[in-house]
Design a protein around this ligand. Structure first.
Ligand code: ADP
Ligand code: MG
Length: 366
């Protein structure tokens, strides 16, 4: 049964949308099925996934069966395992109370199809957010590491308590997430200390650092993980996803506590670390193993990876290096670094019934 987490704070510009998009992508890479619901008329989350308002159709939801409308309008994004219910320009389903309950009921119906449903909320505190909180299992509160970090937070928490009391007693705080942290700044560190001393265990251990790649990624219609999985911003969101899985005891047998990160790193960043030299070794290894097998004499990975198609997981692991501590996952991601000749940066290998069904590559050059 999926967990509905709304990403909410009464303030704008604190990293709600950024967190929604990148956390969903990170959870997706960790093999969780995620649905993102964009409730902001600015449609920033939809745009961050590469969908413009002009690409979205706008059904008159008010008169329709809400569940089927939601189901029919969910879009698959480029991020593995992440779907999006985009904001629809001409509908304001939250502001019509008759439709609100339909929304809640519909979400309950589709909940079982996902592991996590993340809702990107509007900044200012509106009735819409109340309804979203009433529908959610948890609320994740991004707090920007700046001077005004806690401004208005008190009022917001009062509202959360109101919702817990009157509308939705199962609502809990998933955590406070410190965003745009800059370790060089005294102020940033002070805010971290203060928020931690005040909210204690409710604050995520993960700090989201300020990182320019996070700002650039949306203009390419990508999450920061697709944009550059090695950058600090991507690492922060991957770490946050791991922390959420651990907090929710939602990790597979072998992926417990500290191992979550290790397991993740070893599969995403292939069998080696992200260091340039080691990645070169992997690159060499891939080519060598294919060169050694006679039927692939002339094969070059520089252009395509078709030779991987139909191979079994074990064979792929042999060629590409160890990727998983278990073999459950059906999307394996390898990072392939350096060398000007080698332009591809990420290789996503998709399995169906234990064999490679297709693969996708993310290009190095931008
Ligand atoms: P909100 O949804 O709360 O209004 P956004 O997620 O849109 O906030 O973030 C506001 C601005 O801050 C955006 O321009 C975004 O790119 C930028 N931003 C958010 N998080 C980071 C970060 N960790 N590093 C750098 N820029 C960030
Ligand atoms: Mg936003």
């Amino acid at each position: 049964m999926g967990k509905i987490i709304s990403i909410c704070n009464q303030k704008g510009g604190v990293g709600k949308t950024t967190t929604c998009v990148n956390l969903s992508a990170a959870l997706g890479v960790l093999e969780k099925k995620v649905l993102v619901i964009d409730t902001d008329p600015q449609a920033n989350a939809s745009v961050s996934f590469g969908f413009g308002a002009d690409q979205l159709n706008n059904p008159a939801l008010e008169y329709m069966d809400f569940t089927s409308v939601i189901k029919n309008n969910i879009i698959k994004t480029n991020a593995p395992n992440v779907c999006l219910f985009p904001f629809f320009e001409d509908l304001n389903f939250f502001e019509k109370s008759s439709v609100v309950s339909k929304f809640q009921k519909a979400l309950q119906k589709i909940k079982h199809s996902y592991d996590y449903i993340l809702i990107d909320c509007v900044p200012f505190f509106k009735a819409k957010n109340l309804e979203i909180l009433a529908t959610s299992d948890a609320v994740l509160i991004p707090v920007q590491c700046d001077y005004y970090a806690l401004e208005g937070l008190h009022k917001f928490l009062k509202t959360v308590r109101f919702v817990q009391k009157k509308m939705n007693e199962k609502l809990h705080i998933e955590g406070f997430l410190l965003t745009m942290y800059d370790k060089r700044l005294n102020l940033s560190n002070k805010v971290v200390d203060y928020v931690r001393s005040y909210f204690k265990d409710l604050v995520f251990n993960t700090l989201i650092e300020r990182n320019s790649k996070i700002t650039q990624a949306p203009s390419f219609g990508q999450s920061v993980i697709e944009f550059d999985a090695t950058c600090v911003g991507a690492q922060c969101y991957l770490q946050l996803a791991s922390e959420i899985l651990v907090r929710n005891k939602d990790v597979k047998e072998v992926m417990l506590n500290n191992e979550v990160e290790t397991t993740f790193n070893s599969r995403t960043f292939s069998s080696v670390s992200s260091e340039e030299t080691k990645s070169d070794v992997l690159y060499g290894k891939i080519l060598d193993s294919f060169k050694n097998s006679s039927e692939h004499q002339s094969f070059s990975f520089l252009n395509n990876f078709d030779e991987l198609l139909s191979l079994k997981k074990k064979t792929v692991e042999k060629i590409m290096g160890s990727c998983y501590k278990n073999h459950f996952g059906n999307t394996w991601v390898y990072k392939i670094n350096s060398s000007n000749l080698f332009k591809k940066k990420y290789l996503h290998i998709h399995f169906d019934n234990g064999t490679v069904s297709h693969y996708t590559t993310k290009w190095f050059s931008r």
